[in-house]
Design a binder for this molecule. Structure first.
Ligand code: TRP
Length: 482
C-alpha cells in the first residue's frame, strides 16, 4: 500500500523510493523491533551474560545501548530516510549531497556483506531452534538430565544432514517473506508476530517467577561485581593445535574471545541490528513526518526489555535446576530443556518458548537480507524474487560451511559482532556527526525539539565514536603487548 503523502523535505522525495513505505510510524516501530529482537536477545544475551559474570556485564551493556546504540541508531535511520533507497544507494546519495569521496559508500556495501555473514551462522542457530520446537513438542526431554539433553544437542549438531534441512527451511522462510516485499511481507510479519512474541515472553517470565529461582536470577543480573569487568586482550582460545583438530571434535573448538567490555559493546550493535544497514533500510521506508528520536528510543527500550525479561526467565529456570550459568552457547539448548523437562507443564511451555524464539529469529533474519535485496532490485537486473534467490543461496552456502565447521561458525560470529558492526557504527557516527551538513540534519530532525537534537548531536560527535575507539584501541594494545 504505497503511501503518497507529501514529503516535507522537498529534495528527499518518496519517488526515489521504489520499495514502498510503512503504513505508519507504529509499523516502523514494530518492524524495527522485529529486526532488533531475535536470537541476540534470547540465545546470545543470556549466555554471554552468564559467561561474563552477570551484573557488571549487564551494566556495561546498558551503558553501551544508551551512549552508543541509541545515538547511532538515530543516525542510521536518518541516513536511510534521507537516502530513501537501499543502504548502498542511500549512502551514495548522502555522500554526493555532502560532496564527499566514495569511501563512505563502503558503509553500505560492507553492510550487505556483514548481513550475509551474520545470516550464515544465524540461520544455523535458528535451525537448531526449529528442531527443538518439535523435540519438545513430542515430549523428547521429559525428566531428562543435562547429560541426556547435552547428548541430544551434540547428536543434533553432528547430524549434519538434519541440521542442513532445518537451516534450509529457515532460509526459505526468510527469503519468502522478503520476496513478498516491504509492506506486504515485512509489514505483515511485524504486525502479526511481534505482539504475539511479547505475550509469550511475559508468560515465560511469570512461569519462571512461579516455578524458578527468581530472586537469584535478579541478583545475578543486577548486582554488579566490578572485578568481572575489564579490558582484556583478544585471543584465540583452543588447545593451540586447532588446525589438527577433526572438524567435529567438540573439545578443541577455535573460539575468538575478547574481554567483557568488547563483548558488551559488540553485542549492543548486534542486538539493535546496527552497523550493517538493516535499520538504514527500514529507515528508508519510514514516513517523512515521523519523529526519529522518540521512535528509536521506543525500539531501544523494547529490545532491552525483551533481553532482560528473557535473561530473567532463563536464569530463574537455570538456577532452580542448579545448572551452570556460564555454560556457553549451549545455555538455551542444553540447560533450559532440562529445566523444562523437570517441571510440571514444562514441556508445553518449552515448546511455546522455542516457537517464540523461532518467530523472533525469523523477523530478524528478514532484515539481514533486505538491504542486499533492495540494492539488487535497484540495479534493475533483479526483481525481489530473483534477488532473494541469489542472496538466500549465498547465505545458505555460508550456513552449510558453518554446519560442517564450528571454526567457520565462530569466525562469522566474531568478525561480524566484534569487528564489522562496531566499525560500521563508528563510520556512521563519524559521517552523520562530522560530515553531513548541519542544515540537512536539522531538516530531517526538525520535529524533534532543539534540546534533544543538541544532546543527541553532542553524544554522536564526542561520546559514541570516542568510546568505540577507546574500547578497540585498548583491546588491540593489550593483544599486541600480551
Ligand atoms: N538484532 C538481531 C538479534 O538480536 C539480529 C540482527 C538482525 C542484526 N539484523 C541485524 C544484527 C543487523 C546486526 C545487524 O537477533
Amino acid at each position: 500500500m504505497p503511501h503518497n503523502a507529501q514529503t516535507k523535505v522537498s529534495d528527499s522525495p518518496l519517488t526515489r523510493n521504489i520499495h514502498g513505505v510503512w503504513g505508519s510510524r507504529w509499523t516502523f516501530i514494530l518492524a524495527a523491533t522485529g529486526s532488533a529482537v531475535g536470537l541476540g536477545n534470547i540465545w546470545k544475551f543470556p549466555y554471554i551474560t552468564g559467561e561474563n559474570g552477570g551484573g557488571a556485564f549487564v551494566l556495561v551493556y546498558l551503558f553501551c545501548i544508551a551512549l552508543i546504540g541509541i545515538p547511532v541508531m538515530v543516525a542510521e535511520v536518518l541516513l536511510g530516510r534521507r537516502g530513501r533507497q537501499s543502504p548502498v544507494n542511500a549512502m551514495r546519495y548522502v555522500t554526493q549531497e555532502a560532496g564527499l569521496s566514495r569511501f563512505w559508500v563502503g558503509i553500505g556495501s560492507m553492510g550487505v556483506l556483514s548481513g550475509l555473514c551474520i545470516l550464515a551462522f544465524y540461520s544455523v542457530v535458528a535451525g537448531w531452534i526449529l528442531d527443538y520446537v518439535f523435540a519438545l513438542g513430542r515430549g523428547e526431554f521429559q525428566g531428562a538430565d543435562s547429560a541426556t539433553v547435552g547428548k541430544y544437542f551434540s547428536d543434533l549438531r553432528a547430524n549434519t544432514s538434519l541440521v542442513i534441512m532445518w537451516h534450509s527451511a529457515f532460509i526459505l522462510l526468510t527469503a519468502a517473506v522478503v520476496a513478498a516485499g516491504v509492506t506486504k511481507g515485512l509489514g505483515m510479519v511485524a504486525k502479526v508476530l511481534m505482539p504475539l512474541l511479547f505475550l509469550m515472553l511475559l508468560m515465560m517470565l511469570v512461569y519462571g517467577a512461579i516455578h524458578g529461582d527468581f530472586m537469584r536470577a535478579l541478583k545475578f543480573m543486577f548486582e554488579p561485581d566490578f572485578s568481572k569487568v575489564f579490558f582484556e586482550s583478544m585471543q584465540l582460545q583452543g588447545d593451540g593445535k586447532w588446525l589438527e583438530c577433526p572438524a567435529q571434535a567438540s573439545n578443541c573448538e577455535l573460539r575468538f574471545t575478547t574481554g567483557p567490555t568488547v563483548v558488551a559493546l559488540g553485542h549492543a550493535f548486534f542486538t539493535l541490528s546496527l552497523g550493517m544497514g538493516s535499520i538504514m533500510a527500514y529507515g528508508a521506508y519510514m514516513p517523512a513526518d515521523a519523529k526519529i528520536g522518540s521512535t528509536v528510543i521506543t525500539v531501544g527500550i523494547l529490545d532491552t526489555l525483551v533481553a532482560l525479561i528473557a535473561g530473567l526467565a532463563i536464569f530463574s529456570i537455570v538456577f532452580a535446576s542448579n545448572i551452570e550459568p556460564g555454560s556457553g552457547p549451549g545455555l538455551l539448548f542444553v540447560s533450559l530443556p532440562v529445566a523444562f523437562g523437570s517441571m510440571s507443564g514444562g514441556l508445553v511451555f518449552g515448546a511455546i518458548f522455542f516457537t517464540l524464539v523461532a518467530i523472533a529469529a525469523w523477523s530478524s533474519a528478514v532484515s539481514l537480507i533486505e538491504p542486499g535485496v533492495a540494492w539488487l532490485v535497484e540495479t534493475g537486473r533483479f526483481n525481489r524474487v530473483t534477488a532473494n534467490m541469489l542472496l538466500g543461496l549465498l547465505a545458505w552456502c555460508g550456513g552449510v560451511a558453518s554446519i560442517y565447521s564450528s571454526e567457520v561458525f565462530n569466525f562469522f560470529d566474531f568478525i561480524t559482532s566484534q569487528v564489522m558492526l562496531p566499525l560500521g557504527g563508528l563510520l556512521i557516527a563519524l559521517f552523520v556527526g562530522w560530515k553531513m551538513r548541519p542544515s540537512i540534519i536539522e531538516q530531517e530532525m526538525d520535529a524533534e525539539g532543539h534540546l534533544l537534537l543538541d544532546i543527541w548531536l553532542f553524544v554522536l560527535r564526542y561520546v559514541s565514536p570516542v568510546l568505540v575507539a577507546v574500547v578497540f584501541i585498548t583491546a588491540l594494545w593489550k593483544t599486541l603487548s600480551a
